[in-house]
Design a protein around this ligand. Structure first.
Ligand code: NAD
Length: 500
């Protein structure tokens, strides 16, 4: 088995996958480990011409065998891809861990596991997709039958982030492909490895050429921009920063392409005095520090009822200071490195800004010192702040690192107002043992997802997405099937009336 910190040898050169073939390019960029900064492999960057080849191949595949496949055949193909991921599980784990520096246990339980579940779930859900029918009687007495048919949107461009690489790609590929679309997928330049393996899995599973195409590269001036500007792309599904979403929106405007955007968050957790105290402490540990805070759903703002505030801060700080940070394979490790040294500079910039803005650093606030090779890694300490005003930049901008700010609150209306006072609207958490309060408060939050007494618990049939700067549209279950389908209404006259 490959070691957890290196890429499998086959991934030393990461190629594009276009029209069923692995394609080399002249331009290459290094994939660096966030654990030691060394080059893991070279990535072959796709230019606009290769993106064009990928889009043309995807278009041909729509009209080729894939377009003639029944939904059962498409579902079987997706299950075969999931089988390959299961069989090559350890390689996927190694790829994901090498690129991201996350704990092995997380890659097993979340990233690669969800990669498989995403494909299998949508393969099965797709078979349940159906249309509507309406029987209509006009004032003239004429009867009509209206019914809808679903068709693929066409060629879907999927542009993915680095924080949960395999999970994000399969979350899009599962529903897009079961609905009969073909795809051009671009992983983040930070995480090319599991994407390359995913292309190998499609190849090995015998999915027809052109159905799933993978292009490597960056955003502006590279593969990402070429995908959004390509006239042959029918829809763009994007996950990433809100600012990037705004740029992509402008790029796709002329082509009036369908879009689905899953963007950033500055999510809140609210802990009421009647909450199960220990469960709330553990819940906030998870919701603030999982994946080193690099989950769009992480809580960076935590509001705690004043009557329990000091006790909660002390308990959370003690738990946070005891969290084990280190190599992916260390016993009991909770947090690995950040995605890159560059991202660490950004997070440390916020750690410094918080102090300038008047925060009290309750715990963390810097870089851990190990006194060994781990000091080469992009690690930061999990951090808790208190004392910032609601209008501080650190309270309004997404840090995307392992940090949360705790603020006291006095009553329900006040905390709802403060939670909603954000440009973002992705997710919120409520910790309470009062059932009525849980329902009452949850519906008042301007967000796409609310968790009560839990966090990041997902049923893939439920809608997922954000409001305000956090995104456009919902995916998950039938919401995904709706987004990835073109609906045509057919209106049939039951009696053909003579023209008046
Ligand atoms: P990013 O916006 O920097 O990059 C995302 C992808 O977009 C990458 O593949 C990148 O190469 C590409 N890209 C960048 N500029 C582009 C352009 N002009 N045209 C086309 N493509 C372009 O985001 P990131 O740093 O990779 O990911 C972190 C962000 O993603 C955070 O803000 C996080 O909250 C968000 N996120 C949101 C969700 C969600 O479901 N709402 C899920 C995961 C991550």
């Amino acid at each position: 088995m490959p070691t957890p910190f290196d890429l499998p040898p086959t991934l030393r050169e990461m190629r594009n996958y276009v029209d069923g073939e692995f394609v080399s390019t002249e331009r290459r960029f290094p994939d660096r480990s966030p654990l030691h900064g060394q080059v893991l492999g070279m990535v072959h960057e796709a230019d606009a011409a290769l993106v064009d080849r990928a889009v043309q191949a995807a278009r041909r595949a729509l009209e080729g065998p894939w377009g003639r496949f029944s939904v059962d055949e498409r579902a079987r193909a997706l299950h075969r891809v999931a089988d390959v991921i299961e069989r090559r599980f350890d390689e996927f784990i190694a790829a994901e861990v090498a690129d991201t520096g996350r704990p092995l246990a997380q890659a097993r339980a979340l990233d690669v596991y969800r990669g498989i579940v995403n494909l299998r779930t949508f393969a099965d859900l797709g078979k349940l997709a159906h249309g509507d029918s309406f029987e209509t009687r006009l004032a003239s007495g004429q009867e009509l039958l209206n019914y809808t048919v679903r068709k693929p949107l066409g060629v879907v461009a999927s542009i993915c982030p680095w924080n949960l690489p395999l999970l994000s790609m399969t979350w899009k590929a599962g529903p897009a492909l079961i609905c009969g679309n073909t795809m051009v997928v671009k992983p983040s330049e930070e995480t090319p490895a599991s994407a390359t393996l995913l292309a190998e899995a499609f190849h090995e599973a015998g999915v027809p050429p052109g159905v799933f195409n993978l292009v490597h590269g960056f955003g502006p001036g590279s593969a990402g921009e070429a995908m959004t500007r390509h006239p042959g792309v029918d829809a763009v599904t994007f996950t990433g920063e809100s600012r990037t979403g705004a740029t992509i929106m402008k790029a796709v405007a002329d082509g009036v392409k369908e879009i689905s955007f899953e963007l950033g968050g500055k999510n809140a957790a609210v802990v009421f005095a009647d909450a199960d105290f220990d469960a709330a402490v553990e819940g906030v540990i998870r919701s603030s520090f999982t994946n080193a805070g690099q989950v769009c759903l992480c809580s960076e703002r935590v509001y705690v009822h004043r009557s329990i505030f000091d006790r909660f801060v002390a308990a959370l700080a003690a738990r946070t200071a005891a969290l084990k940070v280190g190599w992916p394979d260390e016993d009991g490790v909770f947090m690995g490195s950040l995605i890159s040294h560059e991202h660490r500079d950004k997070v440390l910039g916020y750690y410094a800004l918080a102090v300038e803005e008047g925060a009290t650093v309750v715990t963390g606030g810097g870089v851990p010192h190990f006194g060994d090779a781990r000091d080469q890694g992009a690690f930061v300490q999990p951090t808790i702040w208190t004392g910032l005003p609601d209008d501080a930049r650190c309270m309004r901008e997404e840090v995307f690192g392992p940090v949360c700010h705790l603020s006291p609150f006095d009553d329900e209306d006040e905390v709802v107002r403060r939670v909603n006072d954000s440009a973002y609207g992705l997710a919120a958490c409520v910790w309470t043992s009062d059932l009525s309060r849980a329902h009452r408060v949850s519906r008042r939050f301007h967000v796409g997802i609310v968790w009560v007494n839990t966090w990041f618990s997902r049923d893939l049939r439920t809608p997922f997405g954000g409001s305000k700067l956090s995104g456009i549209g919902r995916e998950g279950g039938r919401y995904s099937l709706d987004f990835y389908s073109e609906t045509t209404n057919i209106c049939v006259a039951i009696q053909v009336l003579a023209a008046a």
